[in-house]
Ligand binder design. Structure first.
Ligand SMILES: C[S@@+](CC[C@H](N)C(=O)[O-])C[C@H]1O[C@@H](n2cnc3c(N)ncnc32)[C@H](O)[C@@H]1O
Length: 286
């Protein structure tokens, strides 16, 4: 599974490195062509975090943090007490910690395994990136104020278990900010097409509908604070990304040309409503 995910995200990494994108998410455009795709990626993070208050006493957990763009942007903008970025692929964990230095954050550290023995104290650094699995969070009960999971849950085989883990680690009054690619109905053409598109990259995409998510939130003791269907804005953002790649020319797209097609299909599926992009803010239902 780890090798498959690594393989899936290798073209994303090449694309990100070629164009200076700090994250792997699809971005959020208020309007087409208004700004760069790099900014759209940040704007999606601010949009999904809209209901979270982050300040000097906040502990943030970013589940599926990828190469660390969103984590580093959050630290840069809000200076939380602590941010833990958790990511399944070790190669991405290391890149995330290295990326922190480019944001002037000197204390970032990376752990292949955490919170046992001697690394427990160093893992209390203000910013640390950890290899781990969203289904088994290596985090103490009730210790997190804000959980971010952006465009990662589509890969999780057991989303109920992931939600139960989020609820367990969330402190009282805490907020879960979840953004995910979804399907209008669980058995839909969009789900089949995305699975087909993902197959050459040997990655799994197990998409839920917003309705399935809402059912699981209710059953898992989570209350919805906000739900936004953001597909048109995400499709516009992807269209801007594709334009940027086209402007650089086909030669410069070596190493991620297939990903260009993948993103083109994703953009069309979102635009036609065959796929959706949902943002949720959740809290513990008492
Ligand atoms: C589309 S990327 C999004 C990365 C980041 N959230 C961003 O906005 O740039 C999804 C990430 O989720 C990670 N991921 C997938 N399954 C995971 C799991 N079970 N536990 C932790 N991370 C996972 C992938 O390796 C990938 O880096």
């Amino acid at each position: 599974m780890r090798a498959a995910l690594d393989a899936h995200y290798r073209p994303n990494l090449k694309l990100a490195q070629a164009h200076g994108f700090g994250g792997y998410n699809c971005g959020y455009a208020r309007q087409r062509g208004e700004t760069s795709f790099a900014q759209h990626q940040r704007d999606l993070v601010w949009r999904v975090l809209a209901d979270a208050r982050i300040g000097p006493t906040t502990t943030v957990l970013d589940i599926g943090c990828g190469i660390g763009g969103p984590a580093n942007w959050i630290v840069e903008r809000f200076t939380p007490r602590r941010l833990i970025g958790l990511e399944y692929c070790w190669s991405s964990v290391r890149l995330a910690a290295q990326g922190a230095a480019r944001h002037g954050i000197s204390e970032a550290c990376a752990f292949e395994r955490i919170l046992a023995g001697s690394n427990r104290d160093s893992a209390r650094q203000p910013l640390c990136f950890v290899q781990g699995d969203a289904h088994h969070l290596p985090i103490a009960d009730g210790s997190i104020d804000v959980i971010l999971s952006l465009e990662s849950a589509l890969h999780y085989a057991d989303k109920r278990r992931f939600l139960a883990e989020c609820r367990r680690v969330l402190g009282s009054g805490g907020v879960i900010c979840l953004g995910d690619i979804t399907v209008p109905k669980t058995k839909s053409i969009g789900a089949t097409l995305l699975r087909g598109l993902s197959a050459p990259f040997k990655s799994n995409a197990i998409l839920w509908s917003a309705e399935s998510y809402r059912g699981a939130f209710a059953a898992g003791g989570l209350a919805v604070l906000r739900h936004e269907q953001a597909s048109p804005h995400v499709a516009d953002s992807l269209a801007d990304a594709l334009d940027e790649v086209r402007r650089r020319g086909w030669k410069a797209a070596r190493g991620f040309r297939m990903r260009f097609y993948y993103l083109s299909c994703l953009e069309r599926l979102l635009r036609r409503g065959w796929l959706h992009y949902d943002l949720f803010a959740l809290t513990r239902a008492e």
